[in-house]
Design a protein around this ligand. Structure first.
Ligand code: FAD
Length: 624
């Protein structure tokens, strides 16, 4: 076997959501890339609920997609029930979500990985990461093979020293059915990283044929059906099915309360902190003791399987309790459990040990992405994977990294939150985490990011030409509406009165009319003389939002400009904070632990004061 078999520019460890996006991005960005993963069959596997998107998460998927990532197209190929959440609310918080067929999703991701030029897949466990002279040099597998590369992206998910809990039973695993990464976890504990434990959980799965759907509320997908990818269409979607809604009963809660002395969460057996926004059913029953019932979404796992995912009853209670509590749920009286619910504890790294490129501060050339950085969720993992993958590929080609600002992308918000604040519970994305959310909408993710993706080599010709055509359509239409004038006495004004009941007292452009709360693009286009309307609904929505919210967007742009100046004031990595006279011991300690890359990041450190920032600025100016 030739030596080139073992030589790569970037090695990605782990074929989950972070790993596949990292490997694809790295290969597309021009680096010869190896994806090393435990099992080729589980590439793209969803450990928990097979659903993609949702509020905040859908925003991330659209951004990954706009940057040429795979998640959005995989969701379109696998989505069996689609919804647009917050459809009646403002554009900043509208979000796309689909229930996916687990197997279709996995197959799509695996095919994308297998067909990506520049990318090689190898099945083995990575037991060691080789550090030479303080930098990453390669990896060693459980079978003793050594692969070399100047950059390694680690995306081991919940696998590092993973420990499963079902009642008092515990065993090591990466997730149910997969081995934990024990040797690698031990090796990393010797490295220059701050390591702690987190926990997450999953519900028991049920044979859908044993449920009584007549007692549940049907939840059909939306019509018209949204799509996830900017390149997607509903024609990509497989057969559509319904989800169902049911609820726990007083009896369910009683069963849980009576079993708390056998719950690993309450006996102290589980030490890691779980996701606050996705609590276990035992946690909900204890914390919200006054609630008589909790909603459960009954979601199919796929088109050709019978299993369903009961969303809302994640648990690590003993199996006998799980069976009783499941059968106390409305419509679940005869339910057959196919897989037990469980909790898993795993090692994660304090993300404050990372640079904005997701390269570790301690080891040059080593990048961390996904759940190991303290996040939860496929989307959060995939977003980090894409960023780490492209940055690893660029670093080995001596190119500068891609570090989106908070006003450019939720990916920027995610990474900045993690590296500045760290986390002591699984971090998930919400729109409320973004201060510039009117700017960071799902609908304009392509306008915000596809040109950058193209520059970085991530966006192929087909996407680029579709994007360019849409951008031109939007710009031309916006200009047309700005130049179309209706007045009290002209034909357009009269048509408005006749067809839309609107009487003008002065001249208004069509764009001005669109800014009125009672007017929308579709209605305006039905008035003779104002059309023809754009036929592409995505482009039409873009025009409408751009015009309607232009005042707010302009104000936000001003504040972004101000903040940008601070973001561009970078702080050298080796900056000596002790040399800054006047800094309090508390601020000094915070700055030394975060080591912010810019004044902007320093400002966001909790407890940072304007006076502290002034001292930093003065010192930086003296050094310049
Ligand atoms: P993973 O998807 O876990 O992928 C890790 C990959 O790395 C796997 O392919 C694995 O085989 C591979 N790997 C690991 N170690 C090695 C090694 N040494 N050598 C080679 N390959 C290796 N998310 C939510 O949003 N909500 C939830 O409620 C939720 N519940 C969850 C419950 C459970 C039980 C689990 C396991 C996960 C849950 N998740 C939940 C989290 C979601 O699954 C993860 O956030 C997401 O999968 C993380 O993606 P990742 O790529 O970081 O890791």
């Amino acid at each position: 076997m030739s030596n080139s078999f073992y030589q790569f520019q970037v090695i990605v460890v782990g074929g989950g959501h972070a790993g596949t996006e990292a490997a694809l991005a790295s290969a597309r960005a021009g680096a010869r890339t190896l994806l090393l993963t435990h099992n080729v069959e589980t590439v793209g596997a969803m450990s928990c609920n097979p659903a993609i998107g949702g509020i905040g998460k859908g925003h991330l998927v659209k951004e990954i997609d706009a940057m040429g990532g795979i998640m959005g197209r995989a969701a379109d190929a696998a989505g069996i029930q689609w919804r647009r959440l917050n459809a009646s609310k403002g554009p900043a918080v509208r979000a796309t979500r689909c229930q996916a067929d687990r197997n279709l999703y996995r197959r799509f991701v695996r095919m994308a990985v297998e067909n990506q030029p520049n990318l090689t897949v190898f099945q083995a466990a990575c037991d060691d990461i080789v550090f030479e002279n303080g930098r990453a040099a390669g990896v060693v597998t459980n079978t003793g093979l050594r692969f070399n590369a100047p950059a390694v992206v680690l995306t081991a998910g919940t696998f590092l020293a993973g420990k499963v809990h079902i009642g008092q039973t515990t065993y090591t695993a990466g997730r149910a059915g997969d081995p934990a990464s024990i040797a690698l976890a031990e090796k990393l504990r010797d490295g220059p990283f701050v390591i702690d434990r987190l926990k997450t959980g999953t519900p028991p799965r049920i044979d859908g044929r044993t449920l009584n759907y007549a007692l549940m509320e049907e939840q059909r997908g939306d019509d018209p059906r949204p799509v996830m990818s900017f390149m997607g269409s509903t024609a990509d979607h497989p057969q559509q099915v319904s989800c169902w809604i049911t609820a726990t009963t007083e009896r369910t809660h009683e069963i849980i309360r009576n079993a708390l002395d056998r719950s690993p969460l309450y006996t102290g057996q589980i030490e890691g902190i779980g996701p606050r926004y996705c609590p276990s059913i035992e946690d909900k029953v204890v914390r919200f003791a006054e609630k008589a019932s909790h909603q459960i979404f009954v979601e199919p796992e796929g088109l050709d399987v019978n299993e369903i995912y009961p969303n809302g009853i994640s648990t690590s209670l003993p199996f006998d309790v799980q069976l009783d509590l499941v059968r106390s749920i409305i419509g679940f009286e005869n339910a057959h459990i196919t897989r037990a619910g469980y909790a898993i504890e795993y090692d994660f790294f304090d993300p404050r040990g990372l640079q904005p490129t997701l390269e570790t501060k301690g080891i040059q050339g080593l990048y961390f992405a996904g759940q190991i950085n303290g996040t939860t969720g496929y989307e959060e993992a995939a977003a980090q994977g894409l960023l780490a993958g492209v940055n690893a590929a660029r670093a080995v080609q001596d190119l500068p990294g891609w570090t989106p600002r908070r006003d450019e992308a939720y990916i920027g918000v995610l990474v900045d939150d993690l590296i500045t604040h760290g986390t002591n519970e699984p971090y998930r994305m919400f729109t409320s985490r973004a201060e510039y959310r009117l700017q960071l909408r799902e609908d304009n993710a392509d306008l915000r990011l596809t040109p950058t993706g193209r520059e970085l080599g991530l966006v192929d010709d087909a996407r680029w030409s579709a994007f360019s055509a849409k951008r031109e359509l939007v710009e031309t239409e916006a200009a047309r509406l700005q130049g179309l004038w209706a007045g009290p006495r002209n034909t357009l004004g009269k048509a408005l009165t006749e067809h839309a009941g609107l009487t003008l007292t002065r001249e208004n452009s069509a764009a001005d009319l669109l800014k009125r709360p009672e007017m929308d693009y579709a209605t305006l286009m039905t008035v003779p003389g104002f059309g023809p309307a754009l036929t592409d609904p995505a482009a039409a929505e873009q025009v409408e939002i751009g015009i309607k919210y232009s005042g707010y967007l302009d104000r936000q742009a001003e504040s972004i400009e101000k903040q940008k100046r601070n973001e561009s004031r970078s702080i050298p990595a080796a900056f000596d904070y002790r040399a800054v006279t006047g800094l309090s011991a508390e601020l000094l300690q915070k700055l030394e632990s975060v080591r912010p890359a810019s004044i902007g990041q320093a400002q966001r450190i909790p407890g940072m004061t304007p006076a502290g920032i002034s001292l930093l600025l003065v010192h930086l100016a003296r050094q310049a």
